[in-house]
Design a protein. Structure first.
Length: 81
């Protein structure tokens, strides 16, 4: 039995495209962008199809952590390790 989820090609969007669109959108603060990434990650954890259509849960986690690092850098330049 295969656990791989079959995703309709029309639903596929690499997470990097979502991230780029989010980062280019000047209507939102960095805090709001982090909150949106956290919401996406939470949704990906419980919705297998959504996660699969965007490259998997780990990609959402990486997106979230990258945005958190950027957000922290805004508050503490040079302090991120």
């Amino acid at each position: 039995m295969s656990t791989e989820i079959e995703v309709d090609p029309i639903d596929v969007m690499d997470i990097s495209e979502r991230t780029e669109a989010l980062m280019d959108d000047e209507r939102f603060t960095m805090s709001e962008k982090v909150a949106m990434a956290a919401s996406d990650y939470k949704r990906a954890l419980s919705h297998d199809y959504f996660a699969a259509a965007h490259g998997g849960v780990d990609k959402f986690k990486n997106q979230l952590f990258t945005l958190v690092d950027m957000w922290l850098e805004d508050f503490n330049p040079g302090e991120i390790e």
